[in-house]
Design a protein around this ligand. Structure first.
Ligand code: ATP
Ligand code: MG
Length: 651
């Protein structure tokens, strides 16, 4: 256990298990030669432009990169179109009638759109938008359930060069209003409602409340999904099916400059007020294309399922754009994992013969809590690769996923990236990397990551610190919408010339990267900087525990005391003996310094709508503060409940 002064965060947890790729996997993988890392390192621009060459450009770029820190232009003066590359490009091949989107509705209804179907629907809706007066550069807000029209709307916007801003359909009318206002959107695309656990989310009704305060909005297009009664305001609100009924299927793709904006997306708000992240066309396209192909080893014959909502960047990059650029078959699911039963995910895998599953640690920990019996009911033998994203994955959860979902045969790619990075940055390549559970392993070729201390110096192997990126990359954010100063301030001012991720990481002796959680969440116990992730993983390592969230609360002597909110597996009793056992377990696993002072059993943890634990709210609970911004919280009642639990624990 090293604790040298130059290490910004201590590295405590040791994980020794390794999982090399199988011979068959290597033999069939898109990439299996580690030399690609060196090739990309020697000339990153040549590496990225070789990917760009596989895509369609109306005009080739003059220069790969123009970098005036922190302002990047990629594929300078190149002209292209994202929708053209996702759709038109495949129509002259045998993929014309290949399934592009296989959609499963919550009630069990299903739709398959081939590339040609999707192309036609996108062209029609693009013409509808034009007919509503939408011009290149106008912002369109999308607030929809996970139905095919959501992907169609995104691609239609891309086709005509109108940046989209997708707002998660689970957000409230206030959250929607703020995002429409910030983007000054001209058109809103929504639906009457969406299904969630058998009941209906009144999307149009929520939108009506928002639209009372969004002067920029001229029109709202409404998809009929649930069929419930909605108010349609004359002159403003129009039905999707009416507008598309006689729309022309002929809509040439707009020639977009590589640096024209493709979309805005507000971050999930785990740490504070969401920011409107701006992504442009050419670089984002190249980044998502390359990473989808190599990280998921995506092949023509694969059925690929990313379970993220299109309201998050993962749904943009790895449900819609990346897979369609790669002419894949992408599964889209409207519902939740526990409706109508806790085997819904596994029934979808069985039903469609899914080969690749990409999901979030929060889902995996929930599946662990429910027990193995649910996946065991279904045939999961079609799976050949698993992925995770969104939070650090605890080694125990990783191994559970590998064993119980992957049948011990599928590599698990733990992919680290952010809304801001647009595409996966740190990840295994499944035909090359020797996996370690809980480690996102190495930067994608062409990406340079480092772990630095407070002063910005590289921390030696074995130590922890702040994760930074040292080279620009094609799919990087270009700015924060309407707030370039905040862009510079947030990402580029802490260390000159380096992109500051806001996350902590450690690098082991072999150079593997282990994400330690957010820098803002790091604990400071008697002068030791301890990552929340490591204490949480030590807790999850105990067989009784499914999930844990750790925070620091003020302590007179130590600076901070460690307070752990713990969710135990179903069927386990939360006794005071278990508390003592868990405290000891952490001390044994990672050291006495990390022994939790408090353990509070919690049936639920406060999470964002995207499933990430919001530790800042737990800090508010433990410190007795008024709660900070809760608008992105999935279930506000959880915090009230935890306040009760915490007070009971205090008493
Ligand atoms: P906000 O920036 O508004 O607080 P957010 O950071 O949760 O919200 P996202 O861009 O969706 O918004 O999430 C990116 C963050 O998620 C990363 O910075 C990191 O903290 C976490 N993350 C994503 N993937 C991984 C991973 N594989 N391992 C560890 N952490 C991850
Ligand atoms: Mg973030």
């Amino acid at each position: 256990m090293a604790s040298e002064a130059n290490m910004a965060i201590e590295a405590l947890l040791e994980e020794g298990r390794t999982f090399p790729p199988s011979k068959t996997f290597i033999a069939n993988a898109h990439v299996s030669d580690p030399a690609i890392y060196e090739r990309a390192r020697q000339n990153p621009e040549a590496f990225w432009s070789s990917w760009a060459e596989e895509l369609h450009w109306f005009r080739r770029w003059d220069k790969v990169l123009d970098w005036d820190v922190p302002w990047a232009k990629w594929f300078v003066d190149g002209k292209t179109n994202m929708a053209y590359n996702c759709l038109d490009r495949h129509l002259s091949t045998f993929r014309k009638n290949k399934a592009a989107i296989v959609w499963e509705g919550e009630p069990g209804d299903s739709r398959v759109l081939t590339y040609w179907d999707l192309y036609r629907e996108v062209c029609k809706f693009a013409n509808v938008l034009k007919g509503l007066g939408v011009e290149k550069g106008d912002r369109i807000t999308i607030y929809m359930p996970m139905i095919p029209e959501l992907a169609i709307a995104m691609l239609a916007c891309a086709r005509i060069g109108a940046p989209h801003s997708v707002v998660f359909g689970g957000f409230s009318s206030e959250a929607l209003r703020d995002r429409i206002q910030d983007a000054e959107a001209k058109v809103l695309i929504t639906a009457d409602g969406g299904y969630r656990r058998g009941s209906i989310v009144p999307l149009k009704q929520n939108a009506d409340a928002s639209m009372a305060e969004t002067p920029s909005l001229e029109k709202a297009v409404v998809v009929r999904r649930t069929g419930q009664e909605v108010l349609m305001q004359d002159g403003r609100d129009l039905w999707w099916h009416d507008l598309t009924a006689d729309a022309s299927q002929d809509c040439p793709a707009e020639e977009m400059d590589a640096e024209d904006v493709l979309f805005l997306l507000y971050t999930s708000g785990t740490t504070g007020k969401p920011k409107g992240i701006v992504h442009t066309t050419g670089g984002y396209m190249v980044g998502t294309y390359a990473t989808t192909k190599w990280v998921f080893d995506l092949k023509d014959e694969d059925t690929y399922w990313c379970s993220a909502d299109c309201g998050w960047v993962t749904g943009h990059s790895y449900l819609v754009y990346g897979p369609l650029l790669n002419d894949a078959t992408s599964v889209m699911f409207e519902g939740t994992p526990d409706y109508p039963e806790r085997d819904r995910f596994w029934s979808i895998i069985e039903k469609y013969g899914v080969n690749i599953l990409y999901t979030a640690p929060t889902a995996i920990r929930t599946f662990m809590r429910w027990g193995e019996e649910w996946p065991q009911r279904r045939d999961l033998s079609s799976l050949r690769l698993l992925g995770t994203v969104g939070e650090p994955i605890n080694p125990e959860a990783w191994v559970w996923y590998w064993q119980n979902i992957g049948g011990g045969r599928c590599p698990v790619v733990d992919t680290w990236w952010q809304t801001e990075t647009g595409a996966i940055m740190i990840t295994p390549l499944p035909g090359i990397t020797n996996l370690k559970p809980g480690s996102a392993t190495f930067p994608f070729p062409g990406v340079e990551a480092d772990v630095v201390d407070e002063a910005g110096n590289s921390v030696p192997l074995g130590g922890g610190g702040y994760l930074v990126l040292k080279l620009p990359w094609p799919s990087m954010l270009r700015t924060i919408y309407g707030d370039p100063d905040r862009y510079v301030q947030t990402y580029w001012s802490r260390y000159p010339g380096m992109y500051f991720t806001g996350d902590g990481a450690k690098r082991d002796e072999q150079g593997y990267l282990w994400l330690l959680g957010r820098v803002d969440d790091v604990l400071n116990v008697a002068g030791h900087r301890i990552s929340t992730m490591e204490v949480e993983s030590a807790l999850v390592d105990h067989h009784a525990v499914a999930e844990a969230a750790v925070i620091g609360r003020s302590h007179d002597v130590k600076g901070q005391a460690i307070c752990a909110f713990v969710t135990i597996k179903e069927g386990v009793e939360g006794s005071s003996d278990l508390i003592a056992t868990l405290r000891d377990h952490v001390a044994t696993k990672i050291g006495a310094i990390a022994r939790p002072d408090d353990i509070i059993f919690a049936a639920e943890l406060p999470k964002t709508r995207s499933g990430k634990i919001m530790r800042r709210l737990l800090r508010d609970v433990a410190e007795g503060h008024a709660l900070g911004d809760t608008t992105t919280l999935a279930d506000p009642s959880v915090v009230e409940y935890l306040k009760g639990q915490y007070e009971e624990h205090e008493a």
